[in-house]
Design a protein. Structure first.
Length: 271
Protein backbone atom coordinates (compact mmCIF):
# COMPACT_ATOMS: atom_id res chain seq x y z
CA UNK A 1 0.00 0.00 0.00
CA UNK A 2 1.38 3.42 -1.00
CA UNK A 3 1.73 6.29 1.48
CA UNK A 4 -1.49 8.37 1.34
CA UNK A 5 0.55 11.55 1.84
CA UNK A 6 2.12 11.00 -1.59
CA UNK A 7 -1.23 10.68 -3.38
CA UNK A 8 -1.64 13.18 -6.24
CA UNK A 9 -5.24 13.95 -5.25
CA UNK A 10 -4.14 14.83 -1.73
CA UNK A 11 -1.37 17.03 -3.11
CA UNK A 12 -3.90 18.84 -5.31
CA UNK A 13 -6.14 19.57 -2.33
CA UNK A 14 -3.23 20.82 -0.24
CA UNK A 15 -1.93 23.14 -2.96
CA UNK A 16 -5.33 24.45 -4.02
CA UNK A 17 -6.57 25.26 -0.52
CA UNK A 18 -3.28 26.98 0.30
CA UNK A 19 -3.53 29.06 -2.87
CA UNK A 20 -7.13 30.04 -2.23
CA UNK A 21 -6.28 31.12 1.31
CA UNK A 22 -3.30 33.12 0.04
CA UNK A 23 -5.58 34.95 -2.39
CA UNK A 24 -7.85 35.97 0.48
CA UNK A 25 -10.83 34.03 -0.80
CA UNK A 26 -11.22 31.72 2.19
CA UNK A 27 -11.00 33.56 5.47
CA UNK A 28 -11.19 31.60 8.71
CA UNK A 29 -13.22 28.44 7.94
CA UNK A 30 -14.80 29.90 4.81
CA UNK A 31 -14.95 27.81 1.64
CA UNK A 32 -15.11 24.11 0.88
CA UNK A 33 -14.08 21.65 -1.82
CA UNK A 34 -15.26 18.16 -2.77
CA UNK A 35 -13.33 16.09 -5.30
CA UNK A 36 -14.74 12.81 -6.63
CA UNK A 37 -12.03 10.16 -6.86
CA UNK A 38 -11.73 6.96 -8.85
CA UNK A 39 -11.95 3.87 -6.65
CA UNK A 40 -8.87 2.40 -8.35
CA UNK A 41 -6.70 5.40 -7.50
CA UNK A 42 -7.82 5.46 -3.86
CA UNK A 43 -7.26 1.70 -3.51
CA UNK A 44 -3.54 2.26 -4.10
CA UNK A 45 -3.38 4.18 -0.80
CA UNK A 46 -6.20 2.92 1.43
CA UNK A 47 -7.82 -0.36 2.43
CA UNK A 48 -11.32 0.27 1.11
CA UNK A 49 -12.79 -2.43 3.36
CA UNK A 50 -11.79 -0.48 6.48
CA UNK A 51 -14.43 2.05 7.50
CA UNK A 52 -13.35 4.27 10.41
CA UNK A 53 -16.89 5.44 11.21
CA UNK A 54 -20.09 6.49 9.48
CA UNK A 55 -21.60 9.98 9.31
CA UNK A 56 -25.14 10.92 8.17
CA UNK A 57 -25.07 13.21 5.14
CA UNK A 58 -28.49 14.80 5.72
CA UNK A 59 -30.27 13.70 2.55
CA UNK A 60 -30.49 10.78 0.16
CA UNK A 61 -28.04 10.61 -2.76
CA UNK A 62 -28.79 7.29 -4.50
CA UNK A 63 -27.00 8.33 -7.67
CA UNK A 64 -23.75 8.63 -5.72
CA UNK A 65 -23.79 5.26 -3.90
CA UNK A 66 -20.25 3.88 -3.85
CA UNK A 67 -18.70 7.15 -5.02
CA UNK A 68 -15.62 8.31 -3.14
CA UNK A 69 -14.83 11.96 -2.36
CA UNK A 70 -12.07 13.86 -0.64
CA UNK A 71 -13.77 16.73 1.18
CA UNK A 72 -12.68 19.67 3.34
CA UNK A 73 -13.84 19.49 6.95
CA UNK A 74 -16.43 21.55 8.78
CA UNK A 75 -15.00 24.40 10.83
CA UNK A 76 -11.57 23.84 9.29
CA UNK A 77 -9.31 26.58 7.97
CA UNK A 78 -7.87 26.30 4.47
CA UNK A 79 -4.61 27.73 5.79
CA UNK A 80 -4.12 24.57 7.90
CA UNK A 81 -4.74 21.96 5.19
CA UNK A 82 -1.20 22.07 3.83
CA UNK A 83 0.43 21.33 7.19
CA UNK A 84 -2.19 18.94 8.60
CA UNK A 85 -4.30 17.36 5.86
CA UNK A 86 -5.36 14.37 7.96
CA UNK A 87 -7.22 16.61 10.42
CA UNK A 88 -8.63 19.09 7.93
CA UNK A 89 -9.62 16.73 5.10
CA UNK A 90 -11.49 13.46 4.90
CA UNK A 91 -12.03 10.75 2.30
CA UNK A 92 -15.59 9.46 2.35
CA UNK A 93 -17.66 6.94 0.40
CA UNK A 94 -21.42 7.19 0.01
CA UNK A 95 -22.85 4.07 1.64
CA UNK A 96 -25.42 1.68 0.20
CA UNK A 97 -28.23 3.38 2.12
CA UNK A 98 -27.48 6.59 0.14
CA UNK A 99 -27.87 8.63 3.34
CA UNK A 100 -24.59 7.87 5.08
CA UNK A 101 -20.94 8.64 4.43
CA UNK A 102 -18.34 6.02 5.30
CA UNK A 103 -15.15 7.66 6.53
CA UNK A 104 -12.14 5.96 4.97
CA UNK A 105 -9.46 8.44 6.04
CA UNK A 106 -9.07 11.80 7.73
CA UNK A 107 -11.01 14.02 10.17
CA UNK A 108 -8.50 12.73 12.69
CA UNK A 109 -9.80 14.94 15.51
CA UNK A 110 -13.30 13.45 15.32
CA UNK A 111 -14.61 16.08 12.94
CA UNK A 112 -16.63 15.61 9.78
CA UNK A 113 -17.17 17.00 6.31
CA UNK A 114 -18.22 20.57 5.54
CA UNK A 115 -21.78 21.57 6.42
CA UNK A 116 -22.14 22.43 2.72
CA UNK A 117 -21.73 18.76 1.71
CA UNK A 118 -25.41 18.37 0.74
CA UNK A 119 -25.07 21.32 -1.66
CA UNK A 120 -21.86 19.80 -3.03
CA UNK A 121 -23.37 16.36 -3.58
CA UNK A 122 -26.51 17.78 -5.16
CA UNK A 123 -24.29 19.80 -7.51
CA UNK A 124 -22.20 16.70 -8.30
CA UNK A 125 -25.37 14.83 -9.24
CA UNK A 126 -26.55 17.66 -11.47
CA UNK A 127 -23.20 18.09 -13.21
CA UNK A 128 -22.63 14.34 -13.73
CA UNK A 129 -25.83 14.25 -15.77
CA UNK A 130 -24.41 16.99 -17.98
CA UNK A 131 -20.83 15.72 -18.12
CA UNK A 132 -19.78 12.42 -16.51
CA UNK A 133 -16.22 13.74 -16.29
CA UNK A 134 -17.14 16.55 -13.87
CA UNK A 135 -15.42 15.59 -10.62
CA UNK A 136 -14.81 18.81 -8.67
CA UNK A 137 -17.15 21.17 -6.84
CA UNK A 138 -15.56 24.23 -5.25
CA UNK A 139 -17.13 26.89 -3.05
CA UNK A 140 -15.22 30.02 -2.09
CA UNK A 141 -15.63 33.71 -1.23
CA UNK A 142 -13.65 35.70 -3.84
CA UNK A 143 -13.57 39.29 -2.69
CA UNK A 144 -14.47 41.26 -5.82
CA UNK A 145 -17.17 38.81 -6.88
CA UNK A 146 -18.75 39.12 -3.45
CA UNK A 147 -18.49 42.92 -3.62
CA UNK A 148 -20.10 42.93 -7.05
CA UNK A 149 -23.18 41.14 -5.70
CA UNK A 150 -23.80 44.14 -3.42
CA UNK A 151 -24.08 46.60 -6.31
CA UNK A 152 -25.17 44.57 -9.35
CA UNK A 153 -28.55 43.04 -10.18
CA UNK A 154 -28.67 39.38 -9.17
CA UNK A 155 -29.91 38.07 -12.50
CA UNK A 156 -28.29 35.31 -14.59
CA UNK A 157 -28.38 37.16 -17.89
CA UNK A 158 -27.47 40.62 -16.60
CA UNK A 159 -24.67 39.39 -14.33
CA UNK A 160 -23.19 37.18 -17.07
CA UNK A 161 -23.41 39.95 -19.65
CA UNK A 162 -21.55 42.39 -17.40
CA UNK A 163 -18.82 39.85 -16.66
CA UNK A 164 -18.46 38.94 -20.35
CA UNK A 165 -17.97 42.64 -21.17
CA UNK A 166 -15.07 43.03 -18.75
CA UNK A 167 -12.40 41.10 -20.65
CA UNK A 168 -12.22 39.11 -23.85
CA UNK A 169 -11.41 35.74 -22.28
CA UNK A 170 -14.61 35.55 -20.21
CA UNK A 171 -16.97 34.34 -22.93
CA UNK A 172 -14.26 31.88 -24.00
CA UNK A 173 -13.79 30.43 -20.50
CA UNK A 174 -17.49 30.19 -19.59
CA UNK A 175 -19.64 30.53 -22.73
CA UNK A 176 -22.42 28.77 -20.80
CA UNK A 177 -22.71 31.83 -18.55
CA UNK A 178 -23.14 32.23 -14.79
CA UNK A 179 -26.10 31.32 -12.64
CA UNK A 180 -26.99 33.71 -9.81
CA UNK A 181 -28.93 33.12 -6.60
CA UNK A 182 -30.27 35.73 -4.18
CA UNK A 183 -29.04 35.66 -0.59
CA UNK A 184 -30.10 32.45 1.14
CA UNK A 185 -29.28 30.79 4.45
CA UNK A 186 -26.22 28.60 3.90
CA UNK A 187 -25.53 25.08 5.12
CA UNK A 188 -29.00 23.67 4.47
CA UNK A 189 -30.68 21.57 1.80
CA UNK A 190 -32.70 24.48 0.39
CA UNK A 191 -29.66 26.31 -0.91
CA UNK A 192 -28.26 23.00 -2.11
CA UNK A 193 -31.37 22.30 -4.15
CA UNK A 194 -31.36 25.82 -5.63
CA UNK A 195 -27.68 25.55 -6.51
CA UNK A 196 -28.11 22.13 -8.14
CA UNK A 197 -30.97 23.48 -10.25
CA UNK A 198 -28.66 26.19 -11.55
CA UNK A 199 -25.93 23.58 -12.12
CA UNK A 200 -28.18 21.99 -14.73
CA UNK A 201 -27.35 24.98 -16.93
CA UNK A 202 -24.12 26.43 -15.56
CA UNK A 203 -20.74 25.39 -14.17
CA UNK A 204 -20.65 28.58 -12.12
CA UNK A 205 -23.25 29.71 -9.59
CA UNK A 206 -22.88 32.96 -7.66
CA UNK A 207 -24.44 33.08 -4.20
CA UNK A 208 -25.56 36.67 -3.61
CA UNK A 209 -23.71 38.38 -0.75
CA UNK A 210 -21.86 35.15 0.00
CA UNK A 211 -19.58 33.70 -2.68
CA UNK A 212 -19.49 31.36 -5.66
CA UNK A 213 -19.77 27.69 -6.58
CA UNK A 214 -17.79 26.23 -9.46
CA UNK A 215 -17.81 22.75 -11.01
CA UNK A 216 -15.36 21.17 -13.40
CA UNK A 217 -13.45 18.14 -14.60
CA UNK A 218 -10.24 18.96 -12.73
CA UNK A 219 -9.10 21.10 -9.83
CA UNK A 220 -7.30 23.43 -12.25
CA UNK A 221 -10.33 23.86 -14.51
CA UNK A 222 -12.66 24.60 -11.61
CA UNK A 223 -10.25 27.01 -9.97
CA UNK A 224 -9.69 28.69 -13.35
CA UNK A 225 -13.41 29.27 -13.86
CA UNK A 226 -13.70 31.04 -10.53
CA UNK A 227 -10.42 32.89 -11.00
CA UNK A 228 -11.63 34.32 -14.31
CA UNK A 229 -14.92 35.53 -12.82
CA UNK A 230 -13.01 37.12 -9.96
CA UNK A 231 -10.65 38.98 -12.33
CA UNK A 232 -13.62 40.33 -14.29
CA UNK A 233 -15.41 41.33 -11.08
CA UNK A 234 -12.28 43.19 -9.95
CA UNK A 235 -12.32 45.15 -13.20
CA UNK A 236 -16.02 45.89 -12.79
CA UNK A 237 -15.56 47.19 -9.25
CA UNK A 238 -12.69 49.40 -10.44
CA UNK A 239 -14.63 51.04 -13.28
CA UNK A 240 -18.35 50.73 -12.47
CA UNK A 241 -18.53 54.30 -11.14
CA UNK A 242 -16.61 55.80 -14.07
CA UNK A 243 -17.85 56.86 -17.52
CA UNK A 244 -17.37 53.95 -19.95
CA UNK A 245 -15.74 55.14 -23.18
CA UNK A 246 -15.03 51.62 -24.43
CA UNK A 247 -16.57 48.21 -23.97
CA UNK A 248 -16.79 44.88 -25.77
CA UNK A 249 -19.95 45.15 -27.83
CA UNK A 250 -22.35 42.26 -28.23
CA UNK A 251 -21.53 41.66 -31.89
CA UNK A 252 -17.87 41.51 -30.86
CA UNK A 253 -18.69 38.91 -28.20
CA UNK A 254 -20.37 36.91 -30.95
CA UNK A 255 -17.25 37.24 -33.10
CA UNK A 256 -15.05 35.91 -30.30
CA UNK A 257 -17.38 33.00 -29.52
CA UNK A 258 -17.69 32.00 -33.14
CA UNK A 259 -13.96 32.35 -33.77
CA UNK A 260 -13.39 29.80 -30.99
CA UNK A 261 -16.23 27.56 -32.15
CA UNK A 262 -18.08 27.89 -28.86
CA UNK A 263 -21.62 26.97 -27.94
CA UNK A 264 -22.66 30.07 -26.01
CA UNK A 265 -25.75 31.62 -24.48
CA UNK A 266 -26.96 33.69 -27.40
CA UNK A 267 -30.02 34.66 -25.37
CA UNK A 268 -27.72 36.46 -22.93
CA UNK A 269 -26.75 38.99 -25.61
CA UNK A 270 -28.80 42.02 -26.66
CA UNK A 271 -28.75 41.67 -30.42
Amino acid sequence: MKDIFTAPFLSEMRKTTANMYRLGWDERNGGNISYMLEESEVAEYLDLTRVIRTIPIGFSAPELIGKIFIVTGTGKYFKNVESDPETNLGIIRIADDACTAELLWGYRDGGKFTSELPAHLMSHMARLKKDPENRVVMHTHPTATLAMTHVHELDDKKFTHTIWEMCTECIVVFPDGIGVLPWMVCGNNEIGIATAEKMNDYRLVVWGLHGIYGAGKTMDETFGLIETVEKAAQLYMMIAHLPHKNTILDHELVAVAEAFGLTYRKDFLNL
